[in-house]
Design a protein around this ligand. Sequence first.
Ligand code: ATP
Ligand code: MG
Length: 180
Amino acid sequence: MAEDKKVGLLIVYTGNGKGKTTASLGMCVRAVGYDWRICIIQFIKGSWKYGELEGIKRLLPNVELNVIGEGFVGIIDDNKSFEEHRRAAQNGVNLALEKIKSGQYQLVVLDELNVACDLGLVTEQELHQIVEARKSDQYLVITGRNASDWLIEKADLVTEMKEVKHPYQKGILAQKGIDW
Ligand code: ATP
Ligand code: MG
């Protein structure tokens, strides 16, 4: 029998296979069914694509999406300094702390926070602050490759998406409606 009692969980989607962001989006869709308030913060700009950005508009006013990334770090067209990326990430950390502490959201999704940590844009200490700000009845989802050992230890639910096959290996590019 399904449990109706709300406990609050720290949830992590990590690994090198596809599905981390879409899993968190699926969770948002489910939660909207119960009229929850949801806050999504996108740490790496571009991690949320046109499809989900438009799709989320249909989940208004339950879902609020905040984009804070400063583009892709270290990629050819990246003309921002590390300091600029770091400041943007810090804004994201402050926003995440504010949103979590407000107690207004039953579900908070911090998309690609693991990647921001892995790149050194968010410090381990800032990650600790975020995780520790969660109230016991809130659900917090953190996505992205290379989740830290500390986060994995701390989380209640960790799923590692493992790449078994990906069409990219056959040269098939990202598909509209599926990847973006
Ligand atoms: P998605 O947004 O589709 O759920 P993800 O969040 O698991 O993917 P990311 O690490 O955020 O994956 O990757 C961002 C982009 O790279 C996505 O558009 C995704 O389709 C694509 N991608 C994810 N996994 C792979 C893979 N194993 N090989 C090639 N491309 C991938
Ligand atoms: Mg993703």
